[in-house]
Design a protein around this ligand. Sequence first.
Ligand code: COA
Length: 613
Amino acid sequence: MGSSNTLGSLRTVTETRRVGAIAIVALSAPPVNALSEALRLGIRDAVEAAEADPELSAIVLIGAGRMFCGGADITEFGRPWQGIGLGALLDRVEDCAKPVVAAIHGMALGGGLELALACHYRLATPAARLGQPEVKLGLVPGAGGTQRLPRLVGTEKALDMIVSGEPVDGRAALDLGLLDALAAEEGLEAEAVAFAGRLVAEGRGPRRVREDDSRLEHGRIGLFAAAREAAARRYRGFEAPQACIACVEAAGTLPFAEALAFEERTFFALMAGAQSIAQRHAFFAEREAAKVPDLPADARRRPVRRVALAGPDLAGAAFAGAAEGPGRRLAAILSQAAGLTVLCAEGAAPPDLAGCDLVLAGQTRDLASLEADPEAILAVAADAPDPSGLAEGPRLERVLGLHPGAPLPGSPLPGSRLLEILRGPATAPEVLATALGLARGLGRVAVVTRGGFIGPRMLGRLRREAGRLVHEGASPEQVARVLTEFGLAPAPLGLDAALPEGEPAAGHHRRAVSDDEILERCLDTLVDAGARILEAGGALRASDIDVVWLAGYGWPAYRGGPMHGADAQGLPALRDRLRALADRGGPGYAPASLIERLAAEGGRFADLDRRRA
Ligand code: COA
């Protein structure tokens, strides 16, 4: 016999089944079992019902669908807990008088791992991923993660997991002491039931993580100082990593309940802060970017397995790891990707195009007379592809542009996490769908554009403004320092080399230029360039422009992207600054009409995205 909890909008959120004396409570809130108010209440009720039932002796918590649990419901963030708080729910689970076993497959992330930590025993499949990624949203774990994890895996390892946000797999979790046992990918539920049955047979009851301090390593001299120093270096500018360390430290210096309260206060303080708001914006922006409203859901997505490099620009590029030029960078990225064969010219002979799914060239003219298969995609990767190559000529429905963003220092590949996809006026839906699939296969965030690539166009405007500032009296080093202090990696801007010489804006004379002016003018003109692209239909959403800068040009995640930053500061102020610049420097500085309109309406770029969604 089974029962289900149907709460909130009449969605079924948990399903309880019985196998003998064991209750199996399945979390059932697709797609990721996020711990929404309805699911929190559902788990509480299901656990309480099983606890009260004299015929039941133990409880297995398991995830229905793809995973155990993807964490707290991020869409609820920014508001106080409704119904029952996550921390209160986990206390309730940990206090349960009957043993509770977490059976984990897929993901146990954030609140999902915290839920597992509040259970009395844990099993997982080898491929499961367990982690506390809250730091990536500018937060600390807010429901006991910083208190229970160090008690299970030791303080140093917990610091590592919580501060980096990186998950571990099931096997590593077992070695760390996070799990009691591994279970086969198929048959997790049966193994968890058998495990719970053994607990009952052996008279082993609840085992509460909060009661065992033996693995805390708080006496270790220098542990926290070293963690703080490393985090300051590795996550320059980010607030959350330091807050995570403070919470883990509290596990050893405060009684459990007080440390939990400290963690929760820290969580809510960070949640209200600009950094977490920006990082949450970035999280959803990345997921939105993958959606192309006018792309039919059934557009055929062909696998890309064989790529040919065409034209003189890409000759011999594939294996050089070359960092110069988007075409050569993309060629290097493709040639390093698993499952892809990349053919390039041998000597003077062009590669054999037969059987190739994609032909990549550095110029649109190189695509004009190719003897490629009729189904092959013809892609150009250049900062500014010749628009006529996308709009005129044969087989235009197969043609599009691809751009991998800037080369980032320290990145394992000569590029970023971005793949801009430029649609031509005639690009066929299946060609676009295939390019989106390629981006996903490469582990890249796709942003679909029209009229030109977003990144290079905006970068051009930023570099021009930087050049003007130098012309007016700033030194290239000062400009580079100001932008670096803002959090931008200078390499994509070309600031490691000499800055391009800019035309001095009319009315400007060589003078001392303040750091504030440099930052303001660089950012304001960059946002203006973004607004112009947006109003011309070159980007689907303002947040796509943010994704380009976050994923492709080293924009710091804690600032959420240029358009988000402008929204946060207010568009009337931006408009006024651009108008003042135009008064001094000429009409080229006048704000985009979209900025004028939104500022007049009291609107934000994000409102446009919301209206379109
Ligand atoms: N709360 C609310 N919604 C969430 C969510 C969460 N914790 N995690 C994912 N989602 C949503 C996504 O926004 C997306 O919605 P959409 O389809 O409307 O765009 C959907 O669930 C699927 O997520 P997606 O990221 O596309 O799936 P995936 O399989 O690639 O990755 C996760 C799944 C769980 C690994 C990934 O979504 C993730 O990292 N989530 C955040 C985890 C986290 O930080 N948890 C801590 C919060 S305390």
